[in-house]
Write a protein that binds this ligand. Structure first.
Ligand SMILES: NC(=O)c1ccc[n+]([C@@H]2O[C@H](COP(=O)([O-])OP(=O)(O)OC[C@H]3O[C@@H](n4cnc5c(N)ncnc54)[C@H](OP(=O)(O)O)[C@@H]3O)[C@@H](O)[C@H]2O)c1
Length: 317
């Protein structure tokens, strides 16, 4: 398993991580099997959020870790907070917020509850899940200081922030923000597409995220890519999906060449980018996970990377 240095820290994380958003579907025995399966293949990083399964995913994770052959220190454990769940609209692994809340009290309570549910003493990393327009920078800074001093959180980052939002928060907090978690993958290419279409009049030239990849590289922040096999916002996977025949044919061609599966090629496509992104996998199927992780051993050629990009419906000006 290739490793990447997270941000400017000493953390050497596996290039592929396990996200537990969908762990709410499993009982603790099946979840322990998932943890052991990915760990056996070199995955040393877990991503969570307090809202996943309304906290149930973290509870199951905590039980599964205890029941498994693994120890707390076998993983870097990350969670996110700052979204208040709307229980009316959320069920199972589908979660919707009713507000964002970056108040000091909410962030402190959130981390305490995460630690309790996961049955651990500290988080390696804690991310602010989605930017709260009502955030008071001083309150966030005070919360981070208190969490770090108490030994409850070692490192901090953000998720779904644009560069100006990162920069504004970075000016206020004493810790280096080392991660930005964003949707990115073969079917979610906006952050690179607009750069190739600079100064054109077409839709592809629209800059929706404010050069977030370029900014992250300059600031030595690691981008973690969520939903690597989904299209749209949780619309489903593009793998084996008849809506995407050209993309699946291209992925299959490369899968045959490298003797892996289409999931692996979609993983390798993200890892081929020089920003050294970390791919967060969300499957709860040990076979799908094994197939996806194999992508960390494949290095696509430059032309192959472009050919997948074209097969996903993109072009070059
Ligand atoms: N920061 C954020 O705002 C944010 C938002 C969303 C997610 N996340 C994080 O990102 C992680 C990954 O997200 P995700 O779960 O959407 O990622 P994903 O890995 O793209 O999608 C997983 C889903 O795709 C299915 N799938 C994968 N390979 C498949 C195949 N070959 N055939 C059929 N189905 C396949 C899985 O089903 P099976 O289980 O049956 O394999 C599962 O339902 C989450 O766990 C969470 O940690 C963060």
């Amino acid at each position: 398993m290739q490793t990447i240095q997270l941000g400017n820290s000493q953390l050497k994380a596996s290039a592929v991580a396990l996200g537990i958003m969908r762990m709410v579907r499993l009982d603790s025995k099946a979840a322990a099997n998932v943890l052991e399966t990915v760990h056996d293949q070199g995955v040393n990083y877990i991503d969570s959020a307090d809202i996943y399964g309304n906290g149930e995913s973290e509870r199951i994770f905590g039980q599964a870790l205890k029941q498994s052959s693994l120890k707390r220190d076998d993983f870097y454990i990350q969670s996110k907070g700052g979204i208040v769940l709307d229980p009316q609209r959320s069920s199972g692994d589908l979660v919707f917020g009713k507000r964002y809340d970056f108040s000091k009290q909410h962030l402190l309570t959130t981390v305490d509850k995460i630690l309790e549910r996961m049955q651990i003493d500290y988080l390696d990393t804690f991310l602010l899940h989605r930017p709260d327009p009502l955030m008071d920078l001083g309150e966030v800074a005070a919360a981070f200081d208190e969490l770090q001093t108490a030994g409850k959180v070692r490192h901090f980052g953000v998720s779904n922030f644009n560069p100006m939002q990162v920069s504004m928060l970075q000016d206020a907090v004493s810790q280096k923000l080392m991660i930005n978690q964003l949707q990115f993958g073969v079917m979610h290419t906006g952050p690179i597409q607009f750069g190739m279409h600079t100064n054109m009049q077409d839709d592809a030239s629209l800059n929706r995220d404010g050069e977030v990849i370029e900014y992250s590289r300059r600031q030595h922040m690691t981008i973690q890519t969520w939903s690597p096999y989904q299209y749209g916002m949780f619309a489903g996977t593009f793998i084996d999906n008849p809506k995407f025949p050209k993309l699946n044919a291209e992925l299959q061609k490369l899968a045959d060449k490298y003797q892996v599966t289409k999931n692996a090629i979609a993983t390798a496509w993200i890892l081929r980018h020089p920003a050294r992104m970390q791919v967060i996998l969300g499957s709860m199927n040990p076979q799908h996970l094994t197939e996806s992780i194999a992508g960390a051993g494949v290095t696509l050629t430059r032309q192959e990377w472009y050919d997948v990009y074209f097969a996903a419906g993109n072009d070059l000006p």
